[in-house]
Write a protein that binds this ligand. Structure first.
Ligand SMILES: NC(=O)c1ccc[n+]([C@@H]2O[C@H](COP(=O)([O-])OP(=O)(O)OC[C@H]3O[C@@H](n4cnc5c(N)ncnc54)[C@H](OP(=O)(O)O)[C@@H]3O)[C@@H](O)[C@H]2O)c1
Length: 280
């Protein structure tokens, strides 16, 4: 081997080591949140017990969807609420015994006022409802992601709900020129106007999930994002289980703000907090 060749090999080796080290450092930095752990150093177990004793109730919109199902699993595992109501357009079937005490309200989202009683008497509302423009067309998308969500929030507020948790999207902005982000931002703003005691907005990036339904563009994005998310877990994507866990943990830990916006990184950190403490 010539000296030039061996020199090149050494440089390439060195560059590889530097790249790996740099990626590892960035990975740590990205996940290092000095404020999160100490300020939320609750004893999750004790919090959970106290919360359970209050015998609160909640409803879930979109429980048949990917996030909704993960959220439901998390809720039932932690047994935080004395009553969990699923509000959806169809009845779901479950085989596991853990699901046997669920209340299911089947509603017609086009006539939600006729189903106001389904929303009554819940302390917390979780909303993971949504469709896509590809599936429902522009009008259908606005109808579901804005109109159904807002109407549900209105009925929940009228029915006594004090904490509404909404799964929105990274980049939600009512002034955006992109329909998706505009609709998400608009519904956030309209729900804020309702004046819940507490309104939590979750803005996840691309959801990492093995979706039951085929969505080719999402599948492609996932394939591309998998290696990126290994080194930079909060940069462009988030596992669906993290979103679900963070929504539940957030309800549990309480909050000082009337309106709180949790961006992708906040969601990730909150989910991690719930993960660590629940495994104690
Ligand atoms: N995909 C992403 O990467 C991404 C990223 C950030 C935020 N988000 C947002 O996160 C939320 C949840 O996403 P996801 O992927 O978990 O949802 P999903 O799996 O598509 O589930 C959507 C839920 O909404 C219900 N729904 C849809 N159309 C409906 C209609 N016309 N009438 C009544 N119910 C209807 C579905 O009920 P059925 O089961 O009966 O259809 C299901 O329960 C959405 O708002 C989405 O925009 C998604």
């Amino acid at each position: 081997m010539s000296r030039v060749e061996s020199g090149c090999k050494r440089v390439i080796g060195l560059l590889t080591v530097v790249t790996v080290l740099l990626a590892a450092v960035l990975h740590r930095l990205e996940n290092w949140d000095p404020s999160a752990a100490p300020s939320m150093a609750h004893d999750m177990q004790a919090l959970q017990e106290r919360f359970t004793q209050r015998r609160r109730s909640c409803f879930v919109l979109g429980a048949s969807g990917e996030t909704g199902r993960a959220l439901l699993r998390e809720l039932l595992q932690r047994r935080l609420f004395s009553r969990v109501t699923l509000i959806g357009r169809r009845k779901m079937t479950f085989e596991d015994q853990a699901y046997e005490n669920l209340v299911q309200e089947v509603v017609d989202f086009e006539k939600l006022d006729d189903f106001a009683s389904a929303f009554e008497g819940h302390d917390v509302g979780f909303c993971c409802l949504g469709t896509t423009k590809a599936k429902a067309g522009t009008e259908g998308f606005i109808r579901v992601d804005h109109d159904y969500v807002l109407k549900s929030a209105q009925l929940a507020k009228a029915g006594g709900c004090s904490h509404f948790s909404l799964e929105s999207s990274k980049g939600a902005d009512k002034t955006s020129s992109f329909l998706y982000l505009k609709v998400k931002g608009q519904v956030e703003a309209d729900i804020e106007e309702l004046g819940f005691d507490r309104f939590s907005v979750f803005r996840p990036a691309v959801l990492l999930v093995d979706r039951q339904e085929s969505r080719p563009s999402e599948w492609l994005a996932r394939k591309f994002l998998a290696p990126v998310s290994y080194f930079f877990p909060t940069a462009m994507s988030i596992p669906i289980t993290s979103v679900a866990r963070s929504m539940v943990v957030n309800a549990l830990v309480g909050g000082e703000k009337k309106v709180e916006i949790l961006e992708n990184k906040d969601i990730y950190n909150l989910a991690k907090l719930g993960e660590n403490k629940s495994q104690k």
